[in-house]
Design a binder for this molecule. Sequence first.
Ligand code: NAP
Length: 318
Amino acid sequence: MKAIRIHEDGGPDVLRYEDAPDPEPGPDEVVVELRAASLNHLDVWIRQGKPSVPKPRILGADGAGFLAGTKERVVINPGLAHDGHVTVLGEHRDGTHAQLVAVPRTAVHPLPDHVSFEDAAAFPLVFETAYRMLVTKARLQGDEWVLVWGIGSGVATAALAIAKALGARVVVTSSSDEKLERARGLGADETLNHERDDVPARVREITAGGADVVVEHVGEATWARSLASAREGGRIVVCGATSGPNPPASLHRVWWRELEIHGSTMGTEADFRGAFELVAAGRALPAVDTVFPLQEARAAHERLERGGQFGKIVFRIE
Ligand SMILES: NC(=O)c1ccc[n+]([C@@H]2O[C@H](COP(=O)([O-])OP(=O)(O)OC[C@H]3O[C@@H](n4cnc5c(N)ncnc54)[C@H](OP(=O)(O)O)[C@@H]3O)[C@@H](O)[C@H]2O)c1
């Protein structure tokens, strides 16, 4: 089969479109003939060696296609549960940036005909992550305000879609006015340019006191402003730190405003199903930025790494 593999850590130039052995399914595993896959920031981290994984390695957590040898359309849940711990497709074993992938039978879910392979490949990792952050961890209520940083991000666009589906009001930020315009088209109630605007002051004004829930995935560049944007007793949910993991702690804000801080990683089977139901019902849809043929993985990685995307970059696989 054809696949995108890395043989060393590094920049986009280490990605090779090449022949790789067809995967051998283990006991209780199935093979999926992929028709679409998507890119996550995780793929960039792994390619850069953060963490370094055994080589050669096929990247890719998200994918959708046919159960091999059948006409059954399926989508893959990339969080693979093993006796109480979770591993991730493309990080802990070969992933979806390939024509074929072997996965545990329990990781594949039937895909309704009205959900395209491209949308199906765009939602799993970021939607289950955002669903766990907002629903399971922050217990978001319909009349609450959510602040979502960096709306160009896959996780952020998923958080916007899910928060709107639940009836919440959402303030989003971006470095790009064009992305803010697109976010308004997807239902964002208020938009702020985080390079130009005083985000905490504006959020406190818009929400009359502060956001009930803050979706953090940026880290050092935004953390202090996240703490300052939350209302008293507000919940800050953090799943990542694209700009670095060691921000100033600003502990005074945590105790004085009695903030709740929740860590969150991907999701359980229940989180995946909750997110999938919203997508299948058309209540929350992934924002697909661009669709690249798999051969053009380098251009896709370059686009994501320079933050050019709005939402999800998808691969079409033939
Ligand atoms: N724990 C988990 O389970 C989990 C799951 C998914 C993702 N993550 C992590 O969460 C992060 C986001 O993932 P993703 O795949 O959604 O990433 P992505 O699609 O690559 O999103 C990156 C976006 O983050 C925003 N951003 C980057 N640097 C920023 C800064 N200095 N200030 C403000 N915003 C900034 C930018 O938004 P604008 O372009 O709008 O400015 C950028 O486009 C990554 O670090 C990822 O590893 C963790």
